[in-house]
Design a binder for this molecule. Structure first.
Ligand code: TYD
Length: 202
């Protein structure tokens, strides 16, 4: 089974990814945990370029294609072989992030992103995608608590970027059957229980 997690930065998804992975491992399932961008030697190198604050001059189109390159390698090197082997793959972000961040957030035509992503992900279509949704005010609060120095290039984007990214996710939640939207203001254990029950029900 291929499970992906999506949401705005600071929504708490990485905590939930770890909790689900631990839960499945306790049930003796073979689980592969990956994060995007990254997850292979080549993709991690691309991640460094993408998140490096020194690269503030990066154009949106370059950004999209770098995310796509990192993902193309990850799909072919890790995700497809593991799925063929009947193992679980859990990814902290996947192609929906490109739709929401580069499409709605940066304004690149979403039809083009959809076509590009079809090519990039090939047969690796997630079975289920958990979207952890939190209000923008909560994000601002959490962001304020982190020293500006520690924010990466994308987290440093100003203006109504996150508002647009969230609209992208809400659009996907409305149109994609595999999407499960979870209220990210619930407690960590409540959210974990919802996710755990959903995975067990499939
Ligand atoms: P990361 O530190 O992994 O953030 P998080 O823990 O919130 O996932 O950084 C990834 C950043 O890259 C994050 O701001 C979201 C962004 N991103 C995109 O813009 N497009 C993409 O396709 C992906 C995978 C990530």
């Amino acid at each position: 089974m291929f499970i992906t997690f999506e949401g705005l930065d600071f929504c708490g998804k990485s905590t939930q990814v770890k909790l689900l992975s631990d839960f499945l491992e306790k049930q003796n399932k073979k689980v592969n945990l990956i994060r995007e961008p990254g997850g292979t030697l080549i993709s991690e190198k691309i991640r460094e370029i993408l998140l490096d604050k020194k690269n503030s001059g990066m154009f949106e189109d370059c950004e999209l294609l770098l995310f796509a390159s990192a993902r193309a390698q990850l799909v072919r090197e890790v995700i497809l072989p593991k799925l063929k082997n009947n193992e679980y793959v859990i990814s902290d972000r996947f192609h929906d992030s490109s739709f929401a961040y580069q499409g709605f957030g940066r304004g690149i035509p979403v039809q083009f992103i959809n076509d590009l992503m079809k090519f990039v992900i090939s047969e690796a279509v997630p079975d289920i995608t958990f979207f952890i949704d939190i209000p923008l005010e909560v994000i601002s609060e959490r962001k304020k608590a982190i020293a500006a120095l520690e924010l990466d290039r994308i987290e440093n984007t100003k203006g109504d970027f996150y508002k647009k990214v969230r609209e992208g996710y809400l659009y996907l939640a409305d149109t994609e059957k595999r999407f499960v939207t979870i209220d990210g203001t619930k407690s960590i254990s409540e959210i974990h229980e919802i996710i755990q029950n959903k995975v067990l029900s499939i």
